[in-house]
Design a binder for this molecule. Structure first.
Ligand code: ATP
Ligand code: MG
Length: 302
């Protein structure tokens, strides 16, 4: 878990003096002025709060699935720029660790270009669910965009839509914004590029997953700007932390769907009255149910 990872890497005689950044899921270390070491821990968050226990193997599942998508999408979309440099621990770090520990961390590690992030969560929705379904029911819109009347819950949109949100500081909630507000945040030119690329990435992945019996209902990308001002796909891509995955054979509009992602955990938190509370410990059954879903979808996709 995360505590093991921190103590393995930081301190006297260890590879790093300090951690560079600690996200809800990833621990980030500075390798040099242009590269970061990203370690996906087994931490899980829901409703913007980190649960107090983790999901065994989640870090390695997220890493291998992201790595798979970076490679697949780069083959499918010529000229695509991603932040990924390499998978696994760099030798300079590996050499300073005991063999078992190095192996455990390597499965969770990616070396990425250190870049300036756009302050946006670039969400693409192909199907109407979650907060989009809620908004549509009250106002007929999704992130302020008018949507045709008469849609059923979980129905596919005529066209996938780009529905960005802000990237809140730790502890705050991300806020849904309109494409016009996104343009005001990052500039018109960049917003247009990010929208186009997000839709292209989503459509490419959606088509691939459908052939393997999985609907990618929606997903979130993060983008960065490189030295030349080019838009680069950063963070993780198309994992159960950042996407809704539904089994195609059970898909039926007009209700909520079974899913291979965090929805299972969110439903349990809501049902137990623990939604948004700090320090929640998941019972074994929820840990195992979540772990199995992450593992199943990784296997089906790769
Ligand atoms: P936050 O709320 O800060 O986004 P998070 O809890 O989602 O955090 P994690 O996903 O655990 O964070 O950690 C990854 C962090 O690294 C995120 O803040 C993400 O925006 C940032 N990041 C991703 N790719 C890069 C990159 N290439 N260069 C710099 N920062 C990056
Ligand atoms: Mg994140």
């Amino acid at each position: 878990d995360s505590a093991i990872i921190d103590s393995a890497l930081v301190g006297e005689g260890k590879p790093f003096r300090d951690i560079f950044a600690k996200g809800k899921v990833r621990d980030v270390y500075l390798l040099d002025s242009s590269a970061l070491l990203f370690i996906a821990t087994d931490r899980i968050s829901a409703y913007d709060v980190i649960l107090s226990n983790g999901i065994p193997q989640k870090g390695s599942l997220l890493t291998s699935l992201s790595a798979f998508w970076f490679a697949y999408l780069s083959r499918q979309i010529p000229g695509l720029k991603t932040h990924l440099i390499s998978i696994g621990l760099p030798p300079s770090v590996r050499d300073q660790l005991e063999a078992n520990r190095a192996e455990q961390l390597s499965q969770r590690s990616m070396v990425v270009r250190k870049l300036e992030m756009f302050p946006l969560e670039s969400i693409v929705r192909g199907y109407i669910t979650g907060s989009a379904w809620k908004e549509y029911q009250t106002s007929g819109t999704v992130h302020g965009i008018s949507i045709r009347p008469g849609m059923k819950e979980s129905e596919r949109f005529d066209q996938a839509i780009w529905t960005p949100s802000t990237k809140a500081e730790v502890g705050d909630k991300d806020e849904n914004i309109s494409p016009a507000q996104a343009a005001a945040l990052v500039g018109k030119g960049y917003a247009a590029k990010i929208e186009k690329l997000s839709l292209q990435l989503y459509e490419t992945a959606h088509a691939y997953a459908l052939e393997r019996g999985i609907i990618i209902a929606d997903t979130k990308f993060e983008f960065a700007k490189d030295e030349n001002g080019e838009v680069v796909v950063a963070d993780e891509v198309l994992t159960p932390d950042s996407s809704r995955f539904w089994p195609l054979d059970k898909y039926e509009p007009g209700r909520s769907q079974e899913s291979y992602d965090k929805q299972y955990l969110r439903d349990w938190l809501t049902k137990s009255g623990l939604k948004g509370k700090d320090g929640v410990n998941m019972p074994e059954e929820i840990v195992e149910g979540t772990r199995r879903r992450y593992e199943d979808v990784s296997r089906l996709l790769t």
